[in-house]
Each structure stands twice: as structure tokens, then as C-alpha cells.
Ligand binder design. Structure first.
Ligand SMILES: O=C(O)C(=O)Cc1ccccc1
Length: 270
């Protein structure tokens, strides 16, 4: 089973359809990203979750759960995100609801209209709520597919604050499934915690990648949840499959390292 952040019409469903086509795994919507990690960790299932967005950056819940749960990253795909205002009557809207990432990606648009906001578990959930409440004061930020699915009017199209809005989705699970298409690249993701807080500590770690001519594609610090000012670092890098010696060297120089996987990167159209 391939769980995704639902309900139907969500942007994660779009990514789920790409991975379902690549693996022939059947899709199953869930209400929260938490539920997906629980299903993957406890029931040996697969999941698709949003990882980061080109406007708003990381989906921090996904990043934190990657540290907390015993799951691997098994694949990646980037999906174009076009947000739309959907509802009944734009002039009557007082509150707009959507996923926190969608509200943030349309922050300027919302501010210009002076609307209040309410965060819910997904853009499609927001459309479902607006359709159920039948309240003209409510609008949702969601996909065109969600508007059609829940019988709402598209009141404004492509309302995100910046063009070329994309979200990176990752396939998570315990064991790599069989893919029926070739990827465009491979990546590795690790999480590290530095051994000590001293000048150059992070530099000496990153130097190991540079010395081996490895291209980093992302580095991000997240609170370690241990103490204010203590961070873990998420590092993505282009993988050519020969990282054993790098990991041995890193392990000698960090307090903690979690290997999240070496995985294929797919084009969205397969
Ligand atoms: O809410 C959704 O539709 C999702 O799939 C999460 C999300 C929200 C905004 C941008 C990308 C993914």
C-alpha cells in the first residue's frame, strides 16, 4: 500500500500517482503526515510525503519525522504546484483555509485581500471543508482537481506569490520497491549531529565532501530538540554509489549520523 496525504485532490496525491505508476503500488489517502510515517514504520507500508517547497522551504514536520522514525527515503520527484482560490463568491470571503505551506506560499495574495486564515491538514481537506460548510465567507486554497472533486468554483487561478512553484516529494518505506522506469539521478540523504561546538566544526565535515568532489544539493539545520542552540544537519548530495569510505570518515568526526538512504530521482512525467 502507498499512503499519501489526502484526501483526494491534494498535491501529495499528484506525487503519489507518479510513484504508484512507477511501482504499481495501490494508493491510499490518510489524514496526516504522522499517519503515513506510522503506517510505514509499523506496517511495512510505503508513503509519499512533501519534503520541501521552492517558496517556503522545508516541510519541517516531514524533516522531524525522518529523524524520529525508522524509515528510509526510497525515491524523489518534484511536482509543479499551482494554488487556486476556490469557493463560492470571492467578494463574500472573510476566511481562507488551507495547508500551512499553501497559506505561506500565498502570503502576499492573502494579505492584499485582508482575509483571516485557518490552517488544516491539506489543501484538499480545505476544499472538502468549504464544500461541506457551504458558507460563502469561506474560501480554500487548493488545486483545480480539488475544486472539481468537491464542486467548488475556481475564483482565482495561480495565486502563489512566486512563479515556478515546486514541491519535492519523497517516497518513504523500509525496502526499495521495484521501479519500472529509469531515474534521472541518484541522491543520498544523511542527518548528522556535530561532536562539539567549536570554530570550523561544520567546515571540517563539509570539507570531506569537497575533498571527494561530491556535490551537496541541500544542507539544512533543524533543532536537535535536546537544547536550544544544538542542531542536527540534514545533508543531501549527488550519489555515485561509493560512499562507504566517506561514511567511515564522517562517523569518526560526528556525534551522531543517520543514513536515510541512497535513492533514485525521477522526472514527474514518466
Ligand atoms: O495540502 C496538500 O495538498 C499537500 O499535498 C501538502 C502540500 C501543500 C502545499 C504545497 C505542497 C504540498
Amino acid at each position: 500500500m502507498l499512503y499519501y496525504l489526502g484526501p483526494r485532490g491534494s498535491f501529495t496525491e499528484k506525487a503519489g500517482k507518479v510513484f504508484s505508476k512507477l511501482t504499481s503500488l495501490p494508493l491510499q489517502p490518510t489524514s496526516t503526515i504522522y499517519e503515513i510515517f506510522e503506517n510505514v514504520d509499523k506496517n511495512n507500508a510505503y508513503g509519499v510525503v512533501p519534503s520541501e517547497n521552492s517558496i517556503e522551504g522545508s516541510v519541517t514536520l516531514t524533516q522531524d519525522l525522518l529523524l524520529e522514525y525508522d524509515v528510509k527515503i526510497l525515491g524523489e520527484v518534484d511536482i509543479d504546484i499551482n494554488h487556486n482560490l476556490v469557493g463560492y463568491n470571492k467578494d463574500k470571503i472573510e476566511i481562507v483555509i488551507s495547508h500551512p505551506q499553501a497559506l505561506a506560499q500565498c502570503r502576499k495574495y492573502i494579505k492584499e485581500h485582508g482575509w483571516k486564515t485557518k490552517a488544516v491538514s491539506s489543501t484538499a481537506k480545505a476544499a472538502e471543508i468549504v464544500a461541506k460548510k457551504k458558507d460563502e465567507r469561506l474560501g480554500a486554497i487548493a488545486s483545480i482537481e480539488a475544486a472539481k472533486l468537491y464542486g467548488l468554483k475556481v475564483l482565482d487561478r495561480n495565486i502563489q506569490d512566486y512563479k515556478n512553484n515546486k514541491t519535492r516529494f519523497i517516497l518513504i518505506g523500509k525496502k526499495t520497491p521495484k521501479f519500472n522506469a529509469e531515474p534521472i539521478a541518484y541522491k543520498t540523504t544523511i542527518i548528522i549531529e556535530l561532536k562539539e561546538d567549536r570554530p570550523g566544526a561544520l567546515y571540517h565535515i563539509l570539507k570531506k565532501f569537497a575533498e571527494r568532489n561530491i556535490n551537496l544539493t541541500r544542507i539544512e539545520s533543524r533543532p536537535s530538540k535536546k537544547r536550544l542552540g544544538v542542531y542536527v544537519f540534514y545533508i543531501d548530495f549527488e550519489s555515485h554509489g561509493d560512499e562507504k569510505e566517506l561514511f567511515e570518515s564522517l562517523n569518526k568526526n560526528v556525534a551522531y549520523m543517520k543514513y536515510l538512504g541512497t535513492y533514485p530521482v525521477f522526472r514527474k512525467y514518466i
